[in-house]
Design a binder for this molecule. Sequence first.
Ligand SMILES: NC(=O)c1ccc[n+]([C@@H]2O[C@H](COP(=O)([O-])OP(=O)(O)OC[C@H]3O[C@@H](n4cnc5c(N)ncnc54)[C@H](O)[C@@H]3O)[C@@H](O)[C@H]2O)c1
Ligand SMILES: N[C@@H](CCC=O)C(=O)O
Length: 543
Amino acid sequence: MRNCIAKIPEPINEPVYDYGVGTKERDNLKSALKDVLSKKVEIALIIGGKEIKTENTVDIRCPHQHDIVLGQYYQAGKEEIKLAIESAMNAKKNWAKIDFQERAAIFLKAAELLSTKYRYLMNATTMLSISKNVFQAEIDCVCELIDFLRFNVKFAEKIYEDQPISPKGFWNRMQYRPLEGFVFAVPPFNFVSISGNLPTAPVIMGNVSIWKPASSAVYPSYLFMKILQEAGLPDGVINFVPAKGSTIGDLVFSSREFAGLHFTGSYETFNYMWKTIANNISNYITYPRIVGETGGKDFIFAHNSANVKSLIAAIIRGSFEYQGQKCSAVSRVYIPKLMFNSFKDEFLNELSKIKMGSPEDFTNFMNAVIDRESFDKIKSYIDYAINSNEASILFGGKCDDSVGYFVEPTVIVTENPHFKTMEEEIFGPVVTFYPYDDNKFEETLYLCDKTSIYGLTGAIFAQDRNAINIATEVLESSAGNFYINDKPTGAVVGQQPFGGARASGTNDKAGSLLNLIRWTSARSVKETFNPPENFQYPFMEER
Ligand SMILES: NC(=O)c1ccc[n+]([C@@H]2O[C@H](COP(=O)([O-])OP(=O)(O)OC[C@H]3O[C@@H](n4cnc5c(N)ncnc54)[C@H](O)[C@@H]3O)[C@@H](O)[C@H]2O)c1
Ligand SMILES: N[C@@H](CCC=O)C(=O)O
């Protein structure tokens, strides 16, 4: 729209539905679940706006019942990947020229479609294909994804509005250009919101993207791609390319037009990508932007003044929601020995109330872990603890893959603060306790800070203000998201910008202005209204 400088609406967080018994939302969701189960979906690549099928298909199965096949998706080969890069580069010129408000309208519309027309279908595909209970699905694939879209366009507006000063006679402007090339978006399996945010954040800033969804989260990602198309996203701006990581990675990173990586996933994969990019560095038109959020070894640290009931609730939710498959999940707990002895009975009693099974049964708190590889990895950590004389299993420990990939919520206790499960990311429902000497609070804080390579999330539980202050100070670099008397999961867009440093990533805070600014390459433009006509300065004039 010409001659109109309209403001982006002020975003508010999408309300979370509770799907309580007897609500119409619950009925709608139940019928969406039935619908998804009764059909076999066929998911094509979407390149340049066109659906493309290949020779290679992969089954989409329910992790909680692996004999249920929800459908199939097609996997890209080299030809399709090259076509996707070409399509992105073709779409680039027009997309960058579209007025920001027109671009923003597309994402605001997509958010509205998600909030209304597609809410139940999106929840159903997420619950069934990545095994999330209704609450975990709702806060992820609906609310957080909507928040990313609505808040990011507002942050983009703030960036564009940020302009330099202009003294009399001059007009200085800052043009926020997109990057010179395309952005490669590579998400993990565990959050549909992250999958949707990784391509859209750069695209909101005028970039184009190649989006490779995680193999186990193709279904809800595809649905989001269709929503973006319905909202008016022009062809080729985002190219949806399910593919094997190594096949697509090699081609993209050796492409001259590669200008940015927007990644979320493991530390190991990110390091591999960074090294590959470094090896190709002289091939690129421009230095690529590398934004990556990776793993965590997140902690709860209890002081002896902590409120035990809220501590127990936080440990159970923080460790076992979504089967501990959150980068933010609690996986180590520091607790004073005396408190540990008195808290155990109540803790075990609460743990025994956890129900595990299919997400279709709304009474289940936990569901299955994502796939066989993950199941085997988590089981190997539990077996290691079972066989070690440095640790004992306080709760759980059983794994069963006969119907789905189920791992019991598992609590390990150790006296070795450097025990393997205190240091390494497991990415499953396993938490390790280290009971510390009651008079070694501060010393143990330093130990916590130095125990793991990661620095993502952490929490202090204490009523004593001095203890809170000391912990906040000592643990300053241990967590990019730090919580006081709250679990270290469940960050909300616009409220707790999310990300960590150390081995947890580049800490560019997903869903914030800090992230969006990485997707622009600014140009300073100076205009002089009355330029001098003589090269000599006044002090050079003769009397
Ligand atoms: N910090 C965060 O915000 C955050 C959020 C969610 C998950 N995570 C982390 O993600 C990990 C779990 O997710 P995951 O198992 O999907 O991670 P992963 O590293 O195995 O995979 C991440 C993505 O990278 C792709 N990939 C792998 N090798 C590739 C290559 N050579 N080229 C291109 N793509 C390639 C995968 O297919 C997948 O899409 C955990 O470590 C978790 O902590 C971090
Ligand atoms: N942002 C999410 C974690 C994302 C990683 O898996 C949280 O705060 O719990």
